[in-house]
Design a protein around this ligand. Structure first.
Ligand code: ATP
Ligand code: MG
Length: 137
């Protein structure tokens, strides 16, 4: 059984998509372990996206993710890292298929509603960046 870090980004929170996203993960049969509406510091955002620090859009990405509240969550389930990535859909709006969260709700590559960890290692790092280990049920 795996855990993953899922975050509704500021555009998704503003558009009222928190409930829709929780609903999809619940319907899939996954278990919510913790959740919190929060605004994040630049340090936390830079650490979260550290693999992208050399990309030309890194500054804008950090600006965006710190611009308003995000809804951070820890979910648990069978193969949840791979399954949640397929539920989320591709980064590019040209490739995100209908039926996926981005395919249904996003049309921008930068503002794409939701984040999901892409590996066991990044899931552990990301969960620890956002949540106190003792707060996770
Ligand atoms: P996430 O990590 O947020 O779940 P992802 O794994 O699909 O998304 P990454 O390559 O990790 O994609 O990029 C992280 C985020 O950076 C993207 O979700 C998007 O918000 C932003 N991003 C990625 N590529 C671009 C780009 N070419 N221009 C602007 N923003 C981008
Ligand atoms: Mg990623």
């Amino acid at each position: 059984i795996q855990r993953t870090f899922i975050m509704v980004k500021p555009d998704g929170v503003k558009r009222g998509l928190i409930g829709e996203i929780i609903k999809r993960f619940e319907q899939k049969g996954f278990t919510l372990l913790n959740a919190e509406l929060m605004t994040i510091s630049r340090e936390k955002a830079e650490y979260h996206y550290m693999e992208l620090q050399d990309k030309p859009f890194f500054g804008e990405l950090v600006d965006f993710i710190t611009s308003d509240s995000v809804f951070a969550m820890v979910w648990e389930g069978e193969n949840i890292i791979e399954v949640s990535r397929s539920m989320i859909g591709k980064t590019s709006p040209l490739e995100a298929l209908p039926g996926t969260i981005r395919g249904d709700f996003a049309c921008s590559k930068a503002e794409n509603v939701i984040h999901g960890s892409d590996s066991l290692l990044s899931a552990e790092r990301e969960i620890a960046n956002f949540f106190d280990p003792l707060s996770i049920r």
